[in-house]
Design a protein around this ligand. Sequence first.
Ligand SMILES: *Cc1c(COP(=O)(O)O)cnc(C)c1O
Length: 373
Amino acid sequence: MQFIDLISQKNRIRASLLQRLEAIVDHGQYIMGPEVLELEKQLAAYVGTKHCVACSSGTDALLMPLMAKGVGPGDAVLTTPFTFVATAEVVSLVGATPVFVDVEAGTFNIDPAKIPAAVARAKAQGLDPKALIPVDLFGLPADYARLEKVAADEGLWILEDACQGFGGTFAGKRAGSFGLVGATSFFPAKPLGCYGDGGAVFTDDDELDSLLRSVRVHGQGDGDDKYQNVRIGINGRLDSMQAAVLLEKLTIFDSELVDRQRVADAYSSRLKHRLAVPEVPEGYTSCWAQYSVLASSTEERTAIMGALQQAGIPSVIYYRIPLHLQKAYAGLGGKQGDFPVSEEFSSRVFSLPMHPYLKEEEISTICDAILHA
Ligand SMILES: *Cc1c(COP(=O)(O)O)cnc(C)c1O
């Protein structure tokens, strides 16, 4: 059994994708070709933002807005320690300091109530709090109604880490469209993935859009200034073949979301008496990047994951070590007990196979293995 099945999906799009790839081989605009422009148009329309800037990875999609806004040494950026390392890594890459805020029991997402204290902590360390990076963890958008309010009160702008959230919604708006700017990833295992690395940034802000386009290509100037490097940027371009893969996958993405929801519903109805299953609060939909559950203890998690492995079923722990306890962040002085909810999740969480092509029999096999563990 596969944790994520990309082969069944490939079979659905193979013929039309090969046509697109062949066209690219022949037209020769291999990087930032017409497919990339078409993709940016379609993605902006899908997410519901004025602008979309396609780029080379989710990490670069998070990095570019920080560079464009001039975040740097002495600045603090708030985010959660219960996420993939890239969320905080980009803050360190621009020379700013990540300041962690614990997550909420229930949703795995940043706890808006704990933000004012984190801002005060950052100021007490002599830092200037600038921005907030909520993460749409496992596919569920964070609580943007409360986050936008607290961010405004505290003078922070929001960079949405929608690297797992693309396709999820809150209050009728799609992930990627919250805050000043949103970032997503098209790593192959994400809900919408290409066949390599890719990402995108979303915003309604015209000025930020042109800054992002400049940062994406080594800080190049606009129009007549094109051959001037007017700021420090990166090589953050997307190639045309990855855009072609994404254009094909977008045509089946909504039907895949329906199937992801089918799988999640089947898991939850069978497992809810055995494990803490994921909560999707009223007004939200998840794109189910991961289906993550909580065992009652580390020992129980080990036993269940062992039983799954015996039955030939893959399962994975996201995330085994919260970022404040990672060696790379030892310099921030984080210690056990600082973020108890994140630490508790790290000790009990694990994720089950999740993809749109999971069959009813496979779901039964997985649930039986868990219920009998
Ligand atoms: C995958 C991921 C990223 C980074 O995306 P890449 O495309 O791998 O660079 C950032 N944040 C989160 C939450 C992710 O899951």
